[in-house]
Design a protein around this ligand. Structure first.
Ligand code: HEM
Length: 341
């Protein structure tokens, strides 16, 4: 074995020293942030990345935005947009429930003033009811899973623990993504079937002047198939549902939104419109079920009590009976109605 000369040893020491100097910045960084160390918090990682920088991955799909894995700016965005969306949804749910409890305490259940008759009249056909329930069931799932995204961490997590919240949120996200298509189909169906009955006319002005008879027993302003209040619900659902569908599709397929700023705008609009429509629908569900005697039948069997129909939709009843009388050659005494079973 040859022995190294003094000069060789000096060169080797200098080379090692040089290598250490060149490698020094990396070594120091690795000491500052070790992403796999247990003590490293998400905040420290974000801070180390800094500003607009992001951890970028490689993707083979056209959606460029999906390649950003960690971006510190996004957590700031979550805080900013979370505020108004959370507030609006809180007011929508808690505020509307409070209003309805108050309304129930003051007005009570709205009864059929003349009492139930022994006759039924067909109000909605099978297709109308199918469209309604498709839209209704999917909307309720969308609303609940959406509310879990906004309030789940504050309400479900402390009540039921991490495992339950995790499972619920994972399934909820899937349900939210896929049920949206059922909702859109139901929306198109009900819009096509009912739009013809929902244009405002002068009957509506009178109905509104009398508060729809909602606040006073025995007051029944005339109405066609849908009264002014229902027309309000119809257009809220149509316009709000279309806005939710459009912004929801942008959120599902971010490349369609064009830019990150557009995508974020869609996210805010989605959360705010959802709040308004949820409030409207809570009121609708109340009045269509426990709030008004006889109303639910319309969407269950499709037939309602004749006295209920006369009190709430008098012009529509005359219309249906008139048409049937004509088709029966004017001889039928109570056309459009059948004895109750
Ligand atoms: C358990 C939930 C629900 C119940 C019990 C319910 C009940 C009803 C009833 C009884 C009617 C017919 C009223 C009449 O004969 O005049 C109706 C109509 C209607 N429903 Fe629902 N509904 C529910 C959920 C929903 C949801 C979630 C939506 C929309 C997202 C919706 C949208 C509509 C619309 C647009 C109409 C026609 C306009 C109106 O009557 O207000 N419903 N619903």
């Amino acid at each position: 074995m040859t022995r190294l000369s003094k000069l060789d040893r000096l060169i080797a020491v200098l080379a090692l020293g040089l290598m250490a100097i060149v490698a020094w910045p990396d070594i120091s960084q690795a000491q500052q942030i070790n992403p796999t160390a247990e003590s490293v918090t998400e905040d420290a990682l974000m801070e180390a990345l800094g500003g607009d920088a992001q951890v970028q991955g490689r993707i083979s799909i056209p959606d460029e935005l999906a390649s950003g894995l960690i971006k510190p700016g996004n957590s700031g965005w979550a805080d900013t947009h979370g505020g108004p969306v959370r507030t609006a949804n809180f007011i929508a749910v808690v505020g509307m429930l409070a209003v309805l409890v108050l309304f129930y305490l003051i007005r009570g259940r709205i009864r059929i003033d003349s009492g139930p008759s022994n006759q039924r009249i067909q109000r909605f056909g099978a297709l109308e009811r199918f469209g309604h329930w498709l839209m209704a069931v999917s909307f309720i799932v969308l609303a609940l899973t959406g509310l879990n995204l906004v309030f789940g961490r504050a309400v479900i997590l402390p009540l039921f623990g991490e495992a339950a919240f995790g499972t619920l949120s994972a399934w909820g996200k899937l349900a939210h993504n896929y049920m949206s298509f059922a909702f859109m189909l139901g929306l198109v169906m009900t819009f096509s079937l009912w739009v013809v009955h929902n244009f405002p006319d002068k009957v509506d002005a009178n109905w509104l002047r009398h508060g729809g008879g909602l606040f006073k027993k025995g007051v029944h302003p005339p109405a066609k198939k849908f009264n002014a209040g229902q027309k309000g619900i119809f257009w809220s659902v149509t316009i709000g549902g279309a806005a939710l569908s459009f912004t929801g599709v942008m959120l599902l397929f971010p490349e369609l939104a064009g830019s990150e700023a557009n995508w974020q705008l869609n996210q805010i609009i989605h959360g705010l419109v959802a709040a308004v429509l949820t409030a409207v629908i809570i009121a609708h569900i109340y009045i269509g079920s426990v709030g008004m005697e006889g109303a639910f039948d319309a969407m269950a069997s499709g037939e309602v009590d004749l006295n209920w129909a006369k009190e709430h939709h008098s012009i529509w009843v005359e219309d249906v009976q008139g048409k049937q009388a004509q088709s029966d050659d004017g001889t039928a005494p109570r056309p459009g109605t059948q004895p109750a079973e």
